[in-house]
Ligand binder design. Sequence first.
Ligand code: APR
Length: 321
Amino acid sequence: MARKKIALIGGGQIGGVLAQLISLKELGDVILFDIVEDLPQGKTLDIAEASRIDGFDVSVKGTNSYKDIEGSDIVIITAGLPRKPGMSRDDLLVTNAKIMQQVAEGVKEFASNAFVIVISNPLDAMVTLFQKVSGIPHHKVMGQAGVLDSSRFSTFIAWELGVSVKDINAMVLGGHGDTMVPLVRYANVNGMPVMELLERKYGDAEKAKEVMKAMVDRTKMAGGEVVKLLKTGSAFYSPASAAVQMTEAILKDEKRVLPTCAFVKDQYGADGVYLGVPAVLGADGVEKVLEISLDEEETAALNNSINAVTTLVADMERLGF
Ligand code: APR
């Protein structure tokens, strides 16, 4: 069986880690594209030269030409500027929209049959724009945000409870911004509700709520926390890991249920918008959006998030994108 081909558009911090992780896992041949000359060639040469040590048999190459992404099975997009301290993801809108338009034209011309995972921010708007310009069907175009936001939430819960993060199931829905919705009520440790474990730990329901609120707030601000520490860019190890999990789900037809920025129609009170929802990822891309019941507070939070995404997309369209 021929090896799969994975194109990475953007050879910066996330692109470099993606190339290395995909090579280590031998998910397919990697082609790393960037507009900066020599950068993707240098990074991929460096990664390929570790192949004997790490024992991987895939080709890892860099390019400055879209032609080289021809025939890709998956395209992962990180092209665009990252945040600097004090910036919100939305502050990147105009700069990254211009870049995303060019990227979408390039992918449309040379890899229009690929599945596409967008990571560039502001995520929900960038996925919307990419799909509109490329014309690639909605179920094949998605964004990475929820896998990472959920992993951040799970990590904080594991630290707080002193248990393995592998046993935590917690999900974050909604847009990839300050309005994201960590689902507290459904968060569990191998089926046991996190809230009950917190109440037993503290012997006090109010204190448990306070501790949970602090974890929810930290999850919402987790990207900014990293930006503040790094000073020159944003998170890159964890977004790369998250996109690799989605890639693997599609390439291996795993039917993983992953929070994905997917096109939502008539579900969760949204109609025709890209939004973070639980999706089944398999050989057909986003195969299904799973809907679960939300209580009044969760519904209000999700509606608020849908409004934020819709407003940002409308702003982008008003600016001519
Ligand atoms: N086409 C292709 N690549 C481009 C273009 C373009 N038009 N414009 C810029 N790039 C490249 C840059 O040359 C750079 O190498 O995109 C890369 C971005 O890399 P970094 O600046 O290191 O940013 P990174 O940390 O990888 O984040 C990328 O993902 O999480 C988001 O907010 C983040 O939008 C940002 C994106």
